[in-house]
Write a new protein. Structure first.
Length: 164
């Protein structure tokens, strides 16, 4: 049975596709590519049908990540097929939990940086780099990579638990 993860940010052109690309690479590195699927979406549909922001693509490529992406808006009906919905900031977390049709679905929504033990504190947001310079995209990637280790461990535990 495939474990399905969806990363969600605002417009699905910066943070969530970056998280998707990093997580795809991590899943492939540990040999779970046939058991874990990951994709991404936005809370809004402003960029539907567009590719990822060129700065996202450039930063990912420079760090060895591949990305084939078309932006889309998260749909309430997806909750039934997803195991985990990963929000990139607290605003996304609240919006997704409000959108969830059941409490069980709302419980599937987690903040990405909650998987990074070094993040600590109350601010677990990955800042939106869209209106800033390239440094913001680099910072975003650093946060995504740091959280991906813990996220992969949590997903791996779930996947291996299903096989048992």
């Amino acid at each position: 049975m495939t474990y399905r993860v969806c990363f969600v940010c605002t417009g699905n052109i910066c943070r969530s596709p970056m998280a998707e690309a990093v997580f795809h690479a991590r899943v492939a590195d540990v040999g779970l590519g046939d058991r874990v699927e990951a994709d991404s979406a936005g809370t809004g549909g402003w960029h539907e049908g567009e590719g990822a922001d060129p700065r996202t693509v450039a930063v990912l490529a420079e760090h060895g990540y591949a990305l084939d992406h078309t932006a889309r808006q998260f749909q309430q009906s997806w909750f039934s097929r997803l195991d985990l919905v990963v929000a990139l900031d607290a605003g996304h977390l609240r919006a997704l939990r409000r959108l969830a049709p059941t409490e069980r679905d709302a419980a599937k929504v987690r903040l990405l940086r909650s998987y990074d033990p070094a993040a600590g504190g109350d601010d677990l947001d990955v800042p939106d780099p869209y209106y800033g310079g390239r440094d913001g995209f680099e910072e975003c990637l650093e946060m995504v990579e740091a959280a991906s280790t813990g996220l992969l461990a949590a997903v791996r535990e779930q996947v291996e638990g299903r096989a048992a």
